[in-house]
Design a protein around this ligand. Structure first.
Ligand SMILES: *[C@@H]1O[C@H](CO)[C@@H](O)[C@H](O)[C@H]1NC(C)=O
Ligand SMILES: *[C@@H]1O[C@H](CO)[C@@H](O)[C@H](O)[C@H]1NC(C)=O
Ligand SMILES: *[C@@H]1O[C@H](CO)[C@@H](O)[C@H](O)[C@H]1NC(C)=O
Length: 190
């Protein structure tokens, strides 16, 4: 909860920096800045994220010295952990005037909608998509604010090395990460 809230704060701070950079002329400051949020409402992370985002926005709007008169507005949509629904909702966001999107929650959805974000140049900021292949070279508009799975894999790999476990056991244990990740993990043991 705290780390998600902190992530939201970092995001809002970056947003603040970018808006102040673009509108030095204070008379042209917009009355409302819209951002989108895309995640799975019914998941445990989603329930926490919803409250954290709402509270972070409340904090920002309650302090007039942060956005100086501009109101922050968040539009939350449910991706329901589906790449297809995520894509549809991301497209709907792009039709509106959102300046950035918080989410998505899953790496699978992130892979799909990163292409949309790239094309339309709307930053996508994910607090929960941990796939290491979502790199900023391929997806310059995708910002991964959470540590990638590589950290966990390195740790698991060290444990495997330490106990000298057989390679086959590791492969079965880690299939949910997909094939490329299995190769990275089994590499050091062979
Ligand atoms: C700020 O923008 C307004 C309207 O766009 C313009 O009338 C005004 O001269 C600008 N002020 C400065 C200091 O540039
Ligand atoms: C409002 O924000 C400013 C700048 O971030 C901070 O210095 C100040 O303590 C905040 N005020 C409250 C009441 O939180
Ligand atoms: C979300 O997905 C689940 C399972 O795929 C489905 O049963 C449910 O109706 C979906 N909810 C919404 C709001 O689309």
């Amino acid at each position: 909860m705290d780390s998600i809230r902190f992530g939201c704060w970092v995001f809002l701070f970056c947003l603040l920096l970018s808006t102040t950079g673009y509108s030095r002329n204070l008379t042209s400051r917009p009355a409302v800045v819209n951002i989108g949020a895309l995640f799975t409402f019914e998941s445990s992370i989603g329930r926490v994220a919803k409250i954290a985002i709402q509270e972070a926005v409340k904090d920002v709007n309650a302090n007039s010295s942060i956005l100086r008169g501009t109101k922050l507005n968040v539009d939350m949509r449910n991706s329901n952990c589906s790449g297809f629904i995520g894509m549809v909702e991301a497209m709907r966001f792009m039709e509106t005037d959102v300046v950035a999107i918080i989410g998505p929650q899953s790496s699978v959805v992130a892979h799909i909608i990163s292409h949309v974000a790239n094309q339309l140049q709307v930053p996508l900021l994910s607090f929960a998509a941990t796939d290491p292949s979502l790199n900023s070279l391929q997806f310059p508009f995708f910002v991964q604010t959470t540590p990638s799975d590589l950290h966990q894999m390195a740790a698991v790999s060290d444990v495997v090395d330490y106990y000298g476990w057989k390679q086959r056991d590791v492969v079965e244990f880690l299939t949910r990460w997909g094939f490329p990740r299995i190769l990275e993990l089994t590499g050091p043991t062979s």
